[in-house]
Design a protein around this ligand. Structure first.
Ligand SMILES: NC(=O)c1ccc[n+]([C@@H]2O[C@H](COP(=O)([O-])OP(=O)(O)OC[C@H]3O[C@@H](n4cnc5c(N)ncnc54)[C@H](OP(=O)(O)O)[C@@H]3O)[C@@H](O)[C@H]2O)c1
Length: 347
């Protein structure tokens, strides 16, 4: 009999999640039923969205039930299949869970991972996965920057933000990144080559933006919400666009605060604020991945991944999302064979 280890939701977090909200469980793996697929996970994706799914709130996906494995993006290999559309051995990107193996149906599979030579397997889940795709569709479908326009990115040193910042720069925009701390500010300026960087923890963001973008912000790509969103609204240029990517500053609030207080700026500036969900663009992932891969190969797009090994370390790694200590996309590697696949594919 095969066993499976999972990290389950033991209790719903109040505020910032704690290790006590999770539990490692071992259970036997049942045989597949008709149309089911067994995924063996190689990498788990650690994302702020998971915090949203842990709350008992309605969203674009239902909340994770208590006692159920924590839902997560994964990079997985099909180990068994009773759905002829998904052959054994295929590498896929899926919405599955923090566990060694998951039994899913076809709807959970977001697409085949077509390995891009020279790019590490894990990067197919980060810069070529949820982060890169979110940055690409949010920026070009919602923000639509024009060359020469001013683009401001919040959480600019995070997984999505660092890709969005660089894509905007490649596209010819003037890019200002906002992040917390001196080290992240240096990263934005020196490693990503942004035009300006603002440390929101130690600087007056409103004053810094006024100085850096005196004619206003054309595209405000926002992953943070709250106070930074209000500043973005206040400094919006005429016909400016706000890309509502996320609201990480409010993710732990039981009752979200009212606001933004100055939303009427949209009226005065004839502005637009629009949200999006990356999953809606699944049919166009390959198109975006090809463009992102070209930028990586040319050296125009850099990325940082922080990977730990072992399912048991997943909750601890997840908590780093909220303390400002991580320096790139967080992932957990589950199978040493992940790297073997890398090497085999290259040969
Ligand atoms: N719309 C979609 O379909 C979609 C898909 C994926 C992700 N998202 C959203 O995209 C955003 C970024 O995701 P990610 O995967 O790039 O996460 P990430 O790598 O963790 O980046 C998020 C960053 O947010 C910053 N942050 C955390 N709390 C903050 C606060 N209170 N105020 C200001 N900054 C704060 C932290 O950087 P500092 O150290 O600089 O504070 C953190 O590194 C999230 O809001 C997520 O929900 C949306």
């Amino acid at each position: 009999m095969k066993f499976n280890r999972s990290i389950v939701l033991k209790r719903r977090p109040r505020g910032i999640p704690a290790l006590e909200d999770f539990e490692l469980r071992t259970a036997s793996l049942r045989p597949l039923e008709e149309a089911e697929i067994l995924l063996e996970h190689l990498f788990l994706s650690i994302d702020p969205a998971i915090r949203g799914w842990m709350a008992d709130k309605k969203s674009y996906l239902p909340p994770i039930a208590l006692g159920e494995p924590i839902r997560s993006g994964t990079l997985s290999r099909i180990a068994e299949s009773r759905d002829p559309r998904f052959p054994v051995g295929t590498l896929v990107q899926a919405i599955a869970a923090w566990e060694e193996r998951s039994i899913v149906r076809g709807e959970a599979i977001m697409g085949e991972i077509k390995r891009i030579p020279g790019i590490p397997l894990a990067a197919h889940l980060s810069v070529l996965g949820g982060n890169g795709l979110t940055a690409y569709f949010g920026l070009f479908e919602i923000g639509r920057p024009q060359p020469g326009e001013t683009v401001v990115i919040t959480a600019a040193a995070g997984g999505v933000g660092m890709v969005a910042s660089q894509l905007a720069k490649i596209h010819g925009a003037r890019v200002i990144g906002i992040a917390g701390g001196e080290e992240k500010k240096r990263f934005l300026l020196e490693d990503l080559g942004l035009d300006c960087a603002i440390d929101y923890k130690n600087e007056d963001v409103n004053a810094a933006l006024k100085a850096a973008a005196p004619r206003g912000i054309d595209v405000f790509f926002d992953s943070v919400g709250g106070e930074l969103l209000e500043i973005g609204l206040a400094r919006l240029a005429l016909r400016g666009r706000i890309v509502l990517c996320g609201a990480i500053s409010q993710i732990h609030e039981e009752t979200p605060p009212a606001g933004p207080r100055n939303y009427v700026q949209l009226l005065a500036k004839r502005g637009r604020m629009e949200g999006f969900v990356t999953l809606d663009y699944a049919k166009r992932y390959d198109e975006a991945r090809a463009i992102l891969a070209d930028h990586i190969r040319s050296g125009a797009l850099v990325h940082r991944d922080e990977i730990v090994s072992g399912l048991e370390h997943t909750p601890q790694h997840f908590l780093r999302l909220f303390d400002g200590s991580h320096r790139g996309k967080l992932m957990v590697q589950l199978q040493p064979s992940g790297e073997e696949i890398d090497d085999n594919d290259r040969s």
